[in-house]
Design a protein around this ligand. Structure first.
Ligand SMILES: [Zn+2]
Length: 88
């Protein structure tokens, strides 16, 4: 069987390994935002698709993400651009 691959932040992923998260993310609405903490004990989130770390720093690729306000989940800009934007 031919496996499809995708590149996220320069890493190769099997498309089948992220397909479920992408399907889930497509059903949600996402708002582009700067990552910000909601509590003192919380200093980062991970992209729901690729696990990319989002936290407060000077590096835009780690600060800006897409937030789903209902559940406070995050995805990174790269996953949004690759998998979600074209479906909206
Ligand atoms: Zn991601």
């Amino acid at each position: 069987m031919m496996e499809n691959f995708v590149f996220i932040h320069g890493d190769e992923w099997k498309k089948s390994d992220v397909a479920e998260q992408i399907e889930w993310a497509i059903t949600k609405s996402w708002v582009k935002e700067k990552w910000n903490t909601v509590s003192e004990n919380w200093d980062h989130d991970h992209c729901e698709i690729c696990g990319w770390k989002l936290y407060q720093c000077d590096d835009p690729v780690h600060v800006v993400g897409y937030c789903n306000i209902e559940s406070n989940n995050w995805i990174c800009t790269e996953c949004y651009g690759q998998f979600i934007r074209e479906t909206k």
